[in-house]
Design a protein. Sequence first.
Length: 248
Amino acid sequence: MQRPDEYINKFGADHFRHLLKKSDGAIEFELEKCKDGIDMDTDIGRIDYLKKAYKVLADISSPTEREIYAKKVAAEQNVSITTVNAELNAILKNRRYQYSKKEWTRTITFADKRDTINPEANEHRRESAAEAGIIYYLYNNHDACGDVLKKLPPDKFVTSFNRRVYESLTSKITDLQDCSVSSFNGEFSPEEVGKITEILEKYSELGIDAKVAEDYINVLLNYKPKEKQEDISDDDFFKKFEEMRKKN
């Protein structure tokens, strides 16, 4: 068995972190680590533990796994699952808002910065971000592949690189093939595989669930190539985005 340092030297630190995050043992370990230095026999201690545990649960990308561990934490701490889910939803909602705001700022600030792997992303940052989010969601939720494909055929993708990744990933899932990052080596260059790993790493912090994936799908379905973007302020942009989410 390879030691962690040997694995990192061979495949890279980002790939190793992604592998670790997908490990069930890692989740158990992180939840136990939340108890370090806390007196679990006191109410204040339990509250401090739960605040830390909620952040660990929010980091779990798979909705099914998140639900399982949320129920476990709720039962262990004698807290209702409704309360746990409310706390998780608040964290995830805030993360999505902060991420959207950050991406919008980056779009304005770095409008001229070219993505050499996916150059079309420079002109279609919102659509490219939605495409990457869908790729991440399917990578971690294979059972949703059929429904997503029905709603979003590959030709609805705006950028060519993300479309290729989407086509490859959905084909692997449909045919029950290996979908690990290394499985893309035969179809994509090392630089492109690095870009795929970057997508998975970048979106792992957002806790993308079925509702967020649906929002991303709607971004692509509503895309109009010749439609001129409104020149609006950041605050107005986020207000309109939230209004769109509520309508959907």
